[in-house]
Design a protein around this ligand. Sequence first.
Ligand SMILES: NC(=O)c1ccc[n+]([C@@H]2O[C@H](COP(=O)([O-])OP(=O)(O)OC[C@H]3O[C@@H](n4cnc5c(N)ncnc54)[C@H](O)[C@@H]3O)[C@@H](O)[C@H]2O)c1
Length: 445
Amino acid sequence: MNKQKKISLKSKEGKLGVLLPGMGAVATTFIAGVIAINKKIGKPYGSITQMGTIRLGKRTEKNFPLIKDFISLVEPAQMVFGGWDIFPDNAYETALKASVLEKSLLDNIKDELVSINPWKGVFFPEYVKRLNGTYIKSASTKWDYANLLREDIQKFREEHKLDRIVAIWCGSTEIYLEPEEVHQSLESFEKGLKNNHPSISASMIYAYACLKEKVSFANGAPNLTVDIPAMWELAKKNRIPISGKDFKTGQTLVKTIIAPGLKARMLGIRGWFSTNILGNRDGEVLDDADSFKTKEVSKLGVLEYILQPKLYPELYRELCHVVKINYYPPRGDNKEGWDNIDIFGWLGYPMQIKIDFLCRDSILAAPIVLDLAIFMDLAQRAGFYGIQEWLSFYFKSPMHLPALYPEHDVFIQLMKLKNTLRFLGGEDPITHMGLDYYDYYDLKE
Ligand SMILES: NC(=O)c1ccc[n+]([C@@H]2O[C@H](COP(=O)([O-])OP(=O)(O)OC[C@H]3O[C@@H](n4cnc5c(N)ncnc54)[C@H](O)[C@@H]3O)[C@@H](O)[C@H]2O)c1
C-alpha cells in the first residue's frame, strides 16, 4: 500500500521554553515531575508522549514502537520553565503549600525549584473574585500590559537562549464570558486593548502577548482566552498553533470513558448526577458562582455531544445532567467525585451505575501539561497553525472550527491523535476495519 507523504518537521534540537501563566498546584506538580523524571527519581505515568505506543501498518506486522521513537519529539530534559503568578512564591514554596507532592521528593529537587520564580502577573480581580493578588504589574491600559508580558517573554528567550517557546495556561478559572463584538476581529480586539475594554480578561492578554511573540498557546482552564475569532485570526496570521479548553482530568475523563460505552450499546440514560468535593485553591476559586459557571458550561457540554440526543431522542432526549463542585478544604488537592447514572435497557427496565473516584487533581493534570507542551511544539515544528483539533483528547471543551461540532468521545479523540501522528510520520492512518485480513473480497494488495 502507498505510504503517506512524510511531512517535513523542523529539528527538535535546542532548548524549549515552557511558559506557565499561573504557577499554582498544576504548574508546580508538572515542573517538579519533569525535574524528577530527568533525575530518574520519578516515572512519567499518565503521559502518552513518554509511555504511549503506536501501531504502524497491519496487525500481522506486529510493529508497535513507542510514540517518541516513531516521531521526533522534544525531550523533557530540553525544557526550561518560566511563568507568571499573582503571588511571589517560588516553585518550591508553591509546591509545598499545594501539598500535592511529598516534602521528601520536593527537598530532593529543592535547588532547581527554588530557582524558578514567577514574574509579576497581569490581574483584574473582577475576573477571579476569590483571589487578592499581591504581585501584579501596573500599567494604564491593557495594551501596555500586553507589552509588559511581551518584554518578559523576550527576556526569557534571550536569557536562556531558547530555540522555541510554548505556553500553557495553568492560571485560575475566570468568570463566565460570552464572545462579544470586541472579540470578533483582531482589529477590534487591539482597539479594545487600547481602550481598556472590560470584556478583555487577563488570560486573553497573556494569549495575545504569546501569539504576538510567536509562542504557541494551550489553555488548561475553561476561560474563552484563545477561543475567540480575534485570536484565531492572530494565530493564523503569525502561523502559531493554539488549543484548549480545560484539561480533561478527573470526573470528566471518566464521563467521556463511560458515556461512549453506554451509547455504543444503545443503553438509554435518564439522568447523570455528578458532584465533587475539592479543597485546593482551584476549589476556592470555583466556589465563586461566576467562575463556577465557566467550569459548569465546560463540564456540561460533554454528554450532549457524545450522546447526540437529536439522533437518539428515545435514549437521551430526557437526560437530566447536573454537575456540582463543593469547596471542602480538608481534602486539599485530593478531590472526590461521585457520579450517579440512571440508565435503562431492554424494554425500558431501569438500572443504576455509581462511581466514586478518589482522584488527585494535579497528578492527573501534570502529564497533560507535559504532553501538550511536547505536542504543541511538534505542531509548530510541522507548520500547523490555528486550532489543533487533534489535541481534543486532552480537553473538556475541545476547540473546533465554528462549522464543526467538537469531538468528545475519548476513544475517537485518541484515534484522531494517533492518526495525526501517523500522518506526520508518513504512515497510513489506521481505520480498524480489518476486512482485508479475511478472504471474502480480494482486498489484499
Ligand atoms: N487540576 C486539574 O485537574 C484541572 C483540571 C482542569 C482544569 N484545571 C484548571 O487549571 C487551572 C490551574 O489549576 P490549579 O489546581 O493549579 O489551581 P491553582 O489555584 O493552584 O493555580 C492557579 C494559579 O494561577 C494564579 N493566577 C490566577 N490568576 C492569574 C493571573 N491573572 N496571572 C497569573 N497567575 C494567575 C493563582 O495565583 C494560582 O497560583 C485552573 O484554572 C483549573 O480550573 C485544573
